[in-house]
Ligand binder design. Structure first.
Ligand code: AHG
Ligand code: MN
Ligand code: MN
Ligand code: MN
Length: 335
């Protein structure tokens, strides 16, 4: 049950019964993410005024220059989830290894692990373009009350119990799923409350937007090159419109609302593309499927991929169902 303008807090309580596993624990977890999102939002909004823009001079495990807001957002999400004793483990794009939460409480029975991309689109911070946060939640597979293990994090995306993102855009929104559709909440910054503004979000079956970093065109596989040419061809409702922000969260969010496809293929420079399976592709794939869209690596369903390492990368094609299927067709034909 959902009512427009319901607060996120009310929505979480009223929809607990639709969770796959009925426990207040997942509700408390979403509540913590809501809190951390508000804290990070506050910082993102004043980024130009305080000394929070720019690089910290460190490189993360991904080989990327860490931005101050990458580090800040990472700390805030980890702190919030740790202090409130909500989860048993956290993995993050910005951390080399997963974090095991050593609760003071011997009877720590927390069952969930969270994987996060604390700040997505960090190259856009300095130029005042939308950035985001992505999160993914699993039930641990090792026994409760013991330290978490790598296998708790290396689960197939289809095992996710919740996933979502925050987009710090012209307005700040939290969009998430617990496996029963996708709902979007907009923050009223005056009172610090998220309200249900986008109930039951869905991708249209067809769309007219394609989003890809075409600067890499020369390095793309032939199937992707052919699909891009198809998008640009004059026929039927084509050529499509090209839109690429460079923040996965914002590109996905726009395409879900307007209908479209997002592609980050492999290239002759990056054998598995750029996006991270666990922090970016799996949560977005669950959201896409819950919103009647599709997510693929070009040949296989993203949610069926068996992860082998924390920071694994994977080619990513995601969005309106018929568009993703057409791109897959081009990939198969070029094999
Ligand atoms: P992050 O800022 O979390 O490292 O993610 C960056 C990702 C994603 O947000 C975006 O879609 C993509 O990188 C953009 O990459 P290009 O600049 O290569 O197009
Ligand atoms: Mn990064
Ligand atoms: Mn990212
Ligand atoms: Mn990031």
């Amino acid at each position: 049950m959902s009512r427009k303008n319901q607060t996120l807090g009310e929505f979480i309580i009223e929809n607990q019964s639709s969770f796959k596993y009925t426990s207040g624990e997942l509700s408390r977890l979403i509540n913590s993410i809501r809190l951390a999102a508000k804290v990070v939002n506050h910082e993102v909004n004043k980024a130009g005024l305080v000394d929070i823009i720019g690089a910290v001079g460190e490189t993360n495990i991904q080989g990327e220059d860490q931005q101050k807001l990458d580090v800040y957002a990472n700390e805030k999400f980890i702190q919030t989830l740790t202090n409130r004793n909500i989860v048993c483990g956290i993995a993050s794009e910005e951390e080399d290894d997963f974090i095991s939460i050593n609760s003071q409480d011997e009877n720590n029975n927390n069952k969930y692990v969270v994987l996060i991309d604390p700040l997505d689109g960090s190259s856009n911070i300095d130029v005042n373009v939308s950035v985001g946060t992505i999160f993914s939640v699993y039930r641990r597979v090792t026994p409760v009350g013991t330290p978490v293990q790598l296998e708790d994090f290396l689960q197939k995306g289809s095992q996710q119990v919740a996933a979502g993102y925050v987009v710090y855009g012209t307005s700040t929104m939290l969009v998430y799923t617990t496996g029963a559709g996708v709902n979007g909440f907009t923050l009223n910054p005056a009172i610090g409350t998220f309200y249900l503004s986008h109930p039951n979000m869905t991708f249209s079956e067809d769309g007219k937007i394609y989003s890809v970093n075409e600067g890499n065109y020369i390095h793309f596989p032939q199937g992707i090159k052919n699909y891009i040419k198809y998008c640009q061809m004059e026929e039927g409702d084509r050529p499509y419109t090209s839109r690429y922000i460079g923040s996965l969260v914002s590109d996905f969010h726009r395409n879900m609302i307007k209908g479209g496809i997002y592609l980050y293929p492999k290239s002759s420079k990056t054998s598995n593309g750029k996006l991270r399976l666990l922090y970016e592709c799996n949560p977005m794939a669950l959201l896409a499927e819950q919103a009647k869209g599709k997510a693929s690596d070009g040949f296989n369903r993203i949610l069926d991929i068996e992860p082998t390492e924390l920071h694994q990368r994977v080619p990513f094609i995601c969005g309106s169902k018929n568009m993703v299927e057409k791109a897959e067709e081009f990939m198969r034909l070029a094999e």
